[in-house]
Structures are given as structure tokens and as C-alpha cells.
Write a protein that binds this ligand. Structure first.
Ligand SMILES: Nc1ncnc2c1ncn2[C@@H]1O[C@H](COP(=O)(O)OS(=O)(=O)O)[C@@H](OP(=O)(O)O)[C@H]1O
Length: 893
């Protein structure tokens, strides 16, 4: 870790004790002496003794840690960085903002860490195993990658000739830079030439002290002028030498010839003797820019330098902003056990720290959460602390909790939930606590995600809540993948932890020791939370501000460290503005993704007990429309063990949850279509919504909620399907379809009126079967997918239903042959009733209409030809039979 001088200073309590002890002793002696009063039995003496003992205890208990460390560069160096965005000129070619990362193996250590850093900074990337063939580098005239990273730079140097030439050519033509990490070598070597470059390396070197090159224009987030003192971790560094002008040093270090820890030594000022551990190749030698690292991520600063290198080489296309907004919540400001709560001195320290932090972050305020029921529930001194917080209420921001800190998800009844909130509101009004922040937190994340609808409703009604935050979306871990979402107008922000919990209150009892906390602050996890997240909401608790005041130590330290080593501009915003900014930066996160709460233990624990995971379908019939989905739906419901959702007032048997607006109604809304198991007769729920097949987001959403579901699709000739669909919308009096012939619809082009173009797309797109099936197969395995031939469903539904039951593994096996019969009047198979009649589908299924005109048929054969070819390839890949209609369509086109 970095060199620090973190000191434990005596607290103010100690000085106060000495001072008061002297004053009172003096008065006591004077009084006794002058009036000759026997004081020993007097209350005055006992009070004096109590005071002395209490002050002595607080003075001589172990002192809380103080946030002190040396920042080597002076404050005037701040913001003297050379490149806010890269000074490199943009090339004339077009490039995607994506990284191509070559990793050693799927499990290689550094590769995983690089992936984590890219994910945490939300950079798009494609990871490939080095040594295999290169992925496609271009798409038409567009370069697919803006930067290329090699986890092991040797893999680039030793690439086979053909691939190397291809990659270098791409880099030159698209002006794409390469980043590489030198791997550790088996043996120590000196002045080893790097093949093909005017560059030499020493390998397996031990180093000490690290100084950034102030003139390096790669540095952007990393602040110029700072230096790390002490040994660099590892004994496998590579250092670089070159006389060629193409190479510029980014950072330099010094050889360490013994293992003596020199962490508090001064930096060796003879920089001329420094050797380069990171090199920037300016491309003057072979036209390709590179950044080479002499070691991996063992050295804490390298992750930061990687971000800067990516930004530099991508000309700012892949860059994080320099502004960082933070919010520090102090949850449960009145909730805590006797002896761990805040005392007046702690409140004083909190106010002092807030004042100091304002010098670093203008306008800084802590954000305090309260549950009024626990006010004044400590020792007399702790109650004084509570009073002092209230006295200074206007100096903080505030947010409401539940009155008794109870978890909202246990309240099935919204009235009770509201009553709890109202009690807390009355408490706030009585004590003059500002209550207009629009922000709230639920105890233990309960009810936020998975969503407890009554909580959202009560929050809005009682507190007009517009923002909350949680660590649980989509899951607690990994923290780097936490995201936000908006539900019912309430913005849910992702929340970070800072390594402090309600029970971590003393530095010498910190789990893993103080080093663990310090490592996180000084270049570790907490530091990188600031780096990766332009907006961070941190959660702390009241106990972290009493006792050893670990939160004050942690935040003052990390904020100073961030300011010392980076050019980041730290800012603070009240919750509503903060959340608005977050969703402006990440509009793609607004839509929630509903997952099954039963698949995450923590989610299950904070999910309402009146719900059951059985209230979800086990399989989906996804369409597409007009392929016989209603017939299949009807046949399925005849099965005694299978049950569909209850009907929707708007869309009848189809719920249409995963596409369109219904998704925003939330999981409860969807689950209400499935009765609780105790009321249900069937035990195998399914849903049929024929528009799911071609919905862009549907496979992703369906997989998030139902990862183990089986997916059933029916295919008929896309030409027939398109015509049937046209007849269907006409019979539903669609004005555009009524105005235009089928031929006009399918021949609409970009000059046609928009409604006509839209109708054409809705008519033709679902028939591009392979594209849609591939999308489903991105999320579900081939074993989860059953493709039914729609023509077979018409001519031999009994065989289809038998196969389907086996695929679904449904017991008992149902003999459909006794329950389906061909009805010559309808021209289709129908259900056999108890009275041995047939019950067929309505007139809208199996319509009579004039045959398609040959011109349109020919045109559609040509249109669907490439899609049908792709489908036949896909079916072959999946070991599925090619249906006769597909063979016929292919031979006709
Ligand atoms: N048993 C049975 N009875 C009636 N109809 C049957 C049956 N099996 C398959 N089909 C064919 O189903 C076509 C309607 O498909 P969908 O039910 O998927 O249409 S919809 O998307 O739900 O509107 C419908 O299309 P049209 O013939 O164009 O009306 C039928 O051909």
C-alpha cells in the first residue's frame, strides 16, 4: 500500500479533562482551606469524583484513529494535468466505443481483474482467449474496437504472423492503440530485447518508490506529481529501457536490492536514476500507439493508469467523467444499543468533520436517517447526544425511516404501514427536523427490491418520496454490478458500502485488522468506488460515528486520498437532484428488471410472506402470432395438471407482461394472474402470449424472472403467417390494413406513409424466424426450447401434445387421443366435450379468406429466402427436423 503516516492523536476530551481537573481541584482546595469545611461527605465531593472518573475513562480509552497521511505533491499542482480528454486527433474512420480484451484463459487472474474494472466503469468490451483466431475487427467500414488490451503482452509479441499482421494493420488503419501487461518471467534477465521493437527489458526486478512522470499526457484521472513511497509489491516487475524517441515514460521507480521496508523514507530525488515501469509508445516507430505495464494489478495504482490509458488511446471515447457526486447516509441516527450511541463529544466531532469536509467538497452535509421511537433511549449522556443532534438538525440533511425501524415487507396492510410512517412524521414535525428531502431508506432494504408495492404507495402518500437507494439491485454481490431503476416514479439508486457496519465500531476490533480498512481506503476497494462510480451513495450507521468514529476516519481519509492522487472533482447534491443526474447519465437503467426473489436468499428474506414462487409460470408459449397458438393454448388447458394464468380484462388469455407497458406494473401485478398454490387445482402454470416471440427485450426479461422455464414456439411458413396476420388485423378493423391491399402492405418502402411502413414491419418481421430464435437462444439453452411445426399441430395435434408432455416432463401423461377429434365442419381438430360433442375455436381461428395473389407470394418467397436458409441452418445445428413447409419454401424460392 501507499506510504502513510496515519497517527493517533489525543482527543479533545483529554485536554478538557486535564484543564477541568486542575480548575476543580483548585476550587476544592481553596474552599476547604478558606472555610475549613469538612467536604468528604458532601455531595459536592461525590460529584467531583464521578466527573473525574468519567473524564479519566474517556481520556485514557484507546484514541480513535485520525485521518492523517502525507500528500507529497503540493496543492498548487492540482488540476495541472495535461489531458482532460485525449489530445490525439480523431481519425477519419469510424470506431465503436468498445474494448477488445485478450485474456490468457477463462480463469486467469489478471484477466478477471481487468474484466471487473471494465464492468465497474461500465465500459463495453469483448473478451477473447489469446492464441485463438481473431474476432471480426470491422463491420462494413466501421472499426469494432477502439482499444485493444492484452492481459499478457507476450501473447501479442508472439502472435502468429498472419494474425499479428492483421491486428497491426487494423490498428494502423483505424488508429487503434494497444495496452499490454508484461507477465512475470521464469528467470531474471537483464537487457532482454523485445522482438521487433527498439526496446529492452529487465525482468523479475524488485522495486521501491514510484513517481509519475509529470509530462506524461496519458494521465487524466491520475493526478500528476504524486509519488508512492515504499516497496512496490512483488518481485516480478519488468522495467523498460530505450533510446528511441517513440517511448515516453509514464511512471518510474528504483531498484530495491533488499527486502527492508522503507515505507517512511523520503523519495529518492535523483529521478535521473529512475527506471521506467510503464511506457507509452507514441507510434513513431511502427505507427501504432501502445501503453506497456511492467506489472499487473498488484500495484494499486495500475488500475487507475489502465483507465487513463484506455481514455488516452480511445481519444476520450472510453472515458469516465472527472466529476464525482457523493452522498453519505448516516442511517438509524437514534437507533443503537446502550453504550454504542453518540455522545455530545461525538456529535461535536461529527459537526467538526462536516466543517472540514466542506473545505474539500463545497456544501458538504451528512444525510441523517431517523426512527423516532428510539430517540432518548440511551444512557443520560447518550440522550444528551440525541438532543445535540436535534439542536443542530438544520445543519444536516434528513431522511425518514420507519418509526420503529420495522421492515416494511412484513406489513401486508398498507394502512398499518402508513400509520408507522405517520408516527415518524409527527416526530419529525415535533422536533423541527426538515422532512422535504424526498428521500427515504427502508430498514434492511426491505420492500425496495424485491418490490413491496404497499411500501412504494405509502412512501408516496405520506412522505412524497421520490428517491431511495439499495444494495440489493440486482444483487448484493458483486458490488460493481449494482445498478439503479425507476418504479412507480420512485428513483432507486445503487448504494455502496464503505466497509463499516453497525457492529464495526472500534478500530482494533475491525475484522481483518486495521490494515484491512486502511487497504480499502488507501488505493483499495473504497478508493476505487470513488473512481469507478460517478455517483456514489454510501451507507453508514450512527455507531460508526460514536465509539471510535470510524466513519469520520474512513471518509476524511479516503476523500483526502482521492484528492491527493486524482483530478476528480468531488461534489455533493441533495438526493432528488442526485438521482435525476444518475438517470440522465444512465438512461438505460430506468427500466427495472424483475427477477425471481426465490433465486436469491437475501431477496427471499425481505420478500412478503404472502407470496410464493409457485405463483409463476413454468413454461411460456411465445408465438409468433397466427401460427396456431390459441389452439395449443386450448389443448394445454384440457390437461388436468396444467393451468394457465387467469384472464386479463384487456388482453384476454394473454397477459403480455414481458413486452410493452405491463412490465412496468411490476412483479406483484404479474403474479396476481396465478393463484396461490393452496387455491389452485393445477400445479403446472404456463402463459401464452403470441407477441413474445419477436419482442426485442422479451428473452432477456423472461430469463431474468424465469431462468429455468421451458419455451415453446410454433412455426409455419412465414409467407402464410404474414397473410393470415393481414387478414386478422383487417377483421379487427385496423384502418391502415383496411385501406391497403396485402400487396401494397408488403411492398411498402421508405417513401410510404409511416403507418403503412409500421404495418409492413409488424406483418413481416415476426417471420424472420432465425433472428428471433437466436435472440431467445442467447438466454435459454436449446434444451429449454421446443419448436413445434404448426402444420403438424393442425393435422396431428395428438402426436404434438404427446411430445410436448414428454418435453415438459409432466405427470400424469394425458391421453389426448380421447380428448381431441377432427371436426369436418370446422376443418380443424377440436376438443371433445363430456357429451361427446366437439368444441371448436371461434370463427376468428381458421378464417375463410381468398387465397394470396401469386405476385405477393413470389415476392415473399424472395423476401424470406435468406431467413429461411438461416432457419434451416439453425434447425440443423439444434438437431431439429426440417419441417416440410420449410423445404417447400426453400425449393420455391
Ligand atoms: N385446431 C385449430 N383450430 C383453429 N385454428 C387452428 C387450429 N390449429 C391451428 N389453427 C390455426 O391457428 C391460426 C390462428 O393462430 P393463432 O391462434 O396463433 O392466432 S393469434 O395470434 O392468437 O391471433 C389459424 O389461422 P387462420 O387459418 O389464418 O385463421 C389457424 O389456421
Amino acid at each position: 500500500m501507499v506510504s502513510l503516516s496515519v497517527l493517533n492523536a489525543p482527543t479533545n476530551d483529554c485536554f478538557a479533562f486535564y484543564f477541568r481537573f486542575c480548575v476543580y481541584s483548585f476550587i476544592f482546595i481553596q474552599f476547604t482551606y478558606q472555610f475549613n469545611v469538612p467536604m468528604v461527605s458532601e455531595p459536592f465531593l461525590s460529584m467531583f469524583l464521578i466527573f473525574a472518573v468519567r473524564s479519566y475513562r474517556s481520556c485514557f480509552r484507546k484514541q480513535p484513529p485520525q485521518p492523517r497521511f502525507r500528500c507529497h505533491s503540493s496543492s498548487k499542482d492540482r488540476f495541472h494535468f495535461s489531458a482532460t480528454t485525449s489530445t490525439r486527433k480523431s481519425p477519419a474512420v469510424r470506431l465503436d466505443s468498445k474494448v477488445l480484451l485478450f485474456i490468457e484463459t477463462q480463469y486467469s487472474h489478471l484477466g478477471k481483474l481487468i474484466i471487473e474494472a471494465l464492468e465497474a466503469s461500465r465500459m463495453k468490451f469483448k473478451a477473447e482467449i489469446s492464441g485463438k483466431s481473431l474476432p471480426m475487427l470491422t463491420n462494413l467500414d466501421k472499426g469494432k474496437f477502439a482499444v485493444i488490451i492484452f492481459e499478457n503482452f507476450d501473447k501479442y509479441l508472439n502472435m502468429n504472423k498472419w494474425n499479428r499482421e492483421l491486428l497491426d494493420k487494423y490498428c494502423r488503419e483505424y488508429d487503434v492503440g494497444i495496452i499490454g501487461f508484461m507477465p512475470s518471467h521464469e528467470e531474471k534477465a537483464e537487457s532482454l530485447p523485445i522482438r521487433g521493437f527498439p526496446l529492452q527489458i529487465d525482468t523479475n526486478v524488485k522495486l521501491r518508490d514510484y513517481q509519475l512522470n509529470p509530462s506524461s499526457n496519458v494521465l487524466r484521472i491520475t493526478r500528476v506529481g504524486e509519488s508512492h513511497l515504499g516497496n512496490l509489491p512483488g518481485e516480478d516487475w519488468s522495467v523498460f529501457y530505450s533510446n528511441h524517441s517513440t517511448y515516453k515514460s509514464i511512471g518510474e521507480s528504483y531498484l530495491r536490492d533488499n527486502d527492508v521496508d522503507i515505507s517512511n523514507n523520503k523519495l529518492d530525488n535523483s529521478l535521473s536514476t529512475g527506471i521506467s515501469t510503464n511506457k507509452r509508445d507514441q507510434g513513431l516507430f511502427d505507427g501504432i500507439q501502445r501503453v506497456i505495464f511492467g506489472n499487473g494489478f498488484n500495484f494499486w495504482l495500475h488500475k487507475l493508469l489502465l483507465l487513463d490509458s484506455i481514455s488516452y488511446l480511445s481519444r476520450g471515447k472510453l472515458s469516465l467523467p472527472l466529476q464525482r457526486h457523493i452522498l453519505i447516509d448516516i442511517d438509524d441516527i437514534f437507533v443503537g444499543e446502550h453504550g454504542t450511541r453518540m455522545k455530545p463529544a461525538d456529535v461535536e466531532a461529527l459537526l467538526d468533520a462536516q466543517r472540514r469536509l466542506r473545505l474539500l467538497i463545497p456544501g458538504f452535509r451528512f444525510n441523517l436517517g431517523f426512527s423516532g421511537k428510539y430517540f432518548h433511549k440511551g444512557s443520560p449522556e447518550e440522550d444528551e447526544g440525541d438532543d445535540m443532534i436535534i439542536e443542530h438538525a438544520r445543519e444536516f440533511w434528513w431522511f425518514c425511516h420507519m418509526w420503529s425501524h420495522s421492515q416494511p415487507h412484513i406489513y401486508e396492510n398498507i394502512t398499518l404501514l402508513e400509520a408507522q410512517m405517520k408516527l415518524n412524521k409527527e416526530f419529525a414535525e415535533k422536533h423541527n427536523i426538515p422532512i422535504d428531502s424526498g428521500y427515504s431508506i427502508a430498514p434492511h432494504h426491505s420492500g425496495v427490491y424485491p418490490v413491496h408495492e404497499p411500501l412504494y404507495e405509502a412512501w408516496k402518500r405520506v412522505w412524497n418520496v421520490r428517491v431511495t437507494s439499495t444494495e440489493e439491485y440486482p444483487h448484493l454481490r458483486p458490488a460493481r454490478l449494482r445498478r439503479g431503476f425507476i418504479h412507480r416514479g420512485i428513483m432507486v439508486l445503487p448504494r455502496q458500502t464503505c466497509g463499516l457496519y453497525t457492529h464495526t465500531i472500534y478500530i482494533d476490533k475491525y475484522p481483518g485488522g486495521r490494515t484491512k480498512l486502511d487497504n480499502s481506503i488507501f488505493g483499495g476497494e473504497l478508493f476505487y468506488s470513488f473512481i469507478f462510480n460517478p455517483i456514489s451513495v454510501f451507507m453508514t450507521h450512527m455507531s460508526n460515528y460514536g465509539n471510535d468514529r470510524l466513519a469520520l476516519y474512513t471518509f476524511e481519509s479516503v476523500i483526502k486520498f482521492v484528492q491527493c492522487w486524482t483530478n476528480l472533482k468531488l461534489q455533493i447534491l441533495p438526493p432528488i437532484q442526485l438521482a435525476t443526474k444518475y438517470f440522465q447519465m444512465h438512461p438505460d437503467e430506468s427500466d427495472p428488471i424483475w427477477m425471481n426473489p426465490c433465486n436469491d436468499k437475501r431477496h427471499f428474506a425481505i420478500w412478503s410472506s404472502n407470496k410464493s414462487c409457485e405463483q409463476l409460470p413454468k413454461f411460456l408459449v411465445i408465438g409468433p402470432q397466427k401460427t396456431g397458438t390459441t389452439a395449443l393454448y386450448t389443448f394445454l388447458t384440457v390437461h388436468p395438471a396444467i393451468q394457465s394464468n387467469s384472464p386479463s380484462p384487456d388482453t384476454f388469455e394473454e397477459v403480455q407482461f414481458f413486452n410493452g407497458k405491463n412490465y412496468y406494473k411490476g412483479l406483484d401485478w404479474y403474479m396476481n394472474f396465478y393463484p396461490l398454490p393452496k387455491n389452485s387445482t393445477g400445479n403446472y402454470f404456463f402463459e401464452k402470449s403470441a407477441t413474445y416471440f419477436d419482442g426485442e427485450l422479451v428473452p432477456m426479461r423472461a430469463h431474468a424472472l424465469l431462468p429455468n422455464a421451458k419455451i415453446i414456439t410454433i412455426l409455419i411458413s412465414p409467407i402464410k403467417r404474414a397473410y393470415s396476420w393481414y387478414q386478422h388485423v383487417r377483421s379487427h378493423r385496423d384502418p391502415v390494413a383496411l385501406n391497403y391491399s396485402f400487396h401494397q402492405v408488403i411492398t411498402a418502402n421508405e417513401k410510404s406513409p409511416k403507418p403503412l411502413r409500421d404495418l409492413r414491419n409488424r406483418c413481416l418481421n415476426p417471420g424472420c424466424y432465425a433472428v428471433h430464435l437466436e435472440r431467445w437462444l442467447n438466454y435459454f439453452t436449446p434444451q429449454q426450447l421446443m419448436i413445434i411445426d404448426g402444420e403438424e399441430l393442425k393435422s396431428d395435434p395428438v402426436s404434438v401434445m404427446d411430445r410436448l408432455q414428454r418435453f415438459l416432463k409432466i405427470e400424469p401423461h394425458f391421453e389426448y387421443k380421447n380428448h381431441l377429434r377432427f371436426d369436418p365442419r370446422k376443418g380443424f381438430y377440436c376438443q371433445v366435450t363430456k357429451r361427446n360433442d366437439t368444441k371448436c375455436l371461434g370463427r376468428s381461428k381458421g378464417r375463410l379468406y381468398t387465397p394470396m395473389d401469386p405476385k405477393s407470394e413470389k415476392l415473399l418467397q424472395a423476401f424470406y429466402m435468406p431467413h429461411n436458409v438461416a432457419l434451416s441452418k439453425l434447425l440443423t445445428r439444434l438437431h431439429q427436423p426440417i419441417p416440410p413447409w420449410l423445404e417447400e419454401d426453400l425449393s420455391n424460392s
